[in-house]
Design a protein around this ligand. Structure first.
Ligand code: ATP
Ligand code: MG
Length: 365
């Protein structure tokens, strides 16, 4: 079920420009993590470093017992096969239809027969809701469809690790909501370790198990969603609440006079907003890597802001959880993969719309 990635003391510069330094974090196996940071802080560079496309100046990237930056070419090539990547620019081949675009990694990296390739491509296209669009050229489809085609291509080699760079950029809020649901559903199905770069605060607040924030050439914080959403650390707080008050300015960093002016104005950061419930898979079951709501807060004796974990129907997910798990069961456990959810009242999802492109047939069989 996915693999853990352990990053230790990673530093990257281009010439004299240090992009980030001494970055350490662990992406837990099978969990969804989100990486945030103002534009230009090196999020894409970080993703490219994780797949070995860019070489860090120093530091380690452990995947099992392999330290990626120091692997000989052959082993690096093998290790890369663990990854599925959706780059920021999508990078579909304009002259190939969607089927051939998505089939590309299979034809490049495997010796599978065309009939086997067809089966896999159609399966992944179904997963991302693109079935029927096989013959379309990238120029003939919407931005959101391009992102989903890129995602399908990132999935064809059954990755253990999925890296996705701004899947939501340029999408309208409704499409972003569908995409968020798709990400959660995919994670429940394929159990891979996910790292998603996004600028969408709602995505960051509701989708991941963990959040990281890059700012001023450093990883300010990385940890469970509940830890960052309850954090009073000024940069984290400002970013996760999309506020003007705080250390982050228009050109990344405010200068002393701006901060002093803000202090004179009595810029009170105010109370933290409630922590929203985490987005659930659309079949209502629990992802294998998902923690119960409030688990981190309880373990660390942190009181959540008032109104936390309450969904739009007024249901409190901390109170609801034991009953919910008892009925729905975790993916692949009590209810069993591929079985229909138990009868009874349909589950209300803490967030988000009904999915428009539900993964066919529930979890992988
Ligand atoms: N191959 C490269 N050579 C030199 N500089 C680079 C290279 N790739 C990225 N950079 C620089 O590294 C910095 C971080 O770039 P990166 O694309 O990682 O930012 P980002 O956080 O992804 O921003 P955005 O949110 O706008 O996508 C930028 O200053 C960029 O110019
Ligand atoms: Mg980027």
């Amino acid at each position: 079920m996915g693999v853990e990635i352990r990053v230790e003391g990673l530093t990257k510069s281009f010439g004299r420009q240090v992009i980030w330094q001494d970055v350490s974090l662990t992406l837990p196996a099978g969990e969804i993590s989100v990486l945030l940071g103002p534009s230009g802080t090196g999020k894409s560079v970080f993703l490219k470093s994780l797949v070995g496309l860019l070489k860090p100046d120093r530091g380690n990237i452990w995947i099992g017992d392999r330290n990626l930056p120091y692997l000989p070419e052959g082993q690096l090539y093998d290790t890369r096969k663990l990854f599925g990547v959706l780059f920021q620019d999508g990078a579909l081949f304009g002259s190939m239809n969607l089927f051939d675009n998505i089939a590309f990694p299979l034809r490049e990296h495997t010796r599978k027969s065309e009939s086997e390739i067809k089966r896999i491509v159609l399966e992944k296209m179904e997963m991302v809701g693109l079935l029927g669009a096989e013959k379309k050229l990238p120029g003939e489809i919407s931005g959101g469809m391009k992102k989903r085609a890129g995602l399908a291509r990132a999935l064809v080699l059954d990755p253990e690790i999925l890296l996705v760079d701004e899947p939501d950029s340029g999408l309208d809020p409704v499409r972003t909501a569908y995409l968020n649901q798709l990400i959660v559903d995919l994670n429940a199905q394929i159990n891979a370790t996910f790292l998603i770069v996004t600028h969408d605060i709602n995505t960051a607040r509701t989708v991941p198990d963990n959040i990281g924030l890059l700012f001023r050439r450093e990883l300010v914080m990385f940890g469970p969603r509940e830890m960052l959403l309850s954090s009073e650390e000024p940069v984290v707080r400002q970013f996760l609440n999309a506020r003007r008050q705080g250390p982050i300015g228009m050109s990344e960093e405010k200068d002393v006079s701006e901060l002093e002016a803000e202090a004179r104005m009595g810029a009170d950061p105010g109370r933290l907003p409630p922590i929203p419930p985490q987005l659930m898979p659309s079949d209502g079951r629990v992802r294998p890597a998902q923690s119960p709501p409030g688990a981190w807060l309880r373990a660390h004796g942190v009181q959540p802001p008032p109104g936390s974990f309450v969904d739009e129907t007024g249901r409190n997910w901390i109170e609801e959880w034991p009953r919910y798990v008892a009925t729905m069961g975790p993916v692949g456990a009590a209810a069993g993969p591929g079985q229909a959810p138990p009868p009874g009242p349909p589950p209300q999802h803490p967030h988000g719309p009904k999915p428009g492109m539900p993964p066919a047939g529930g979890p992988h069989r």
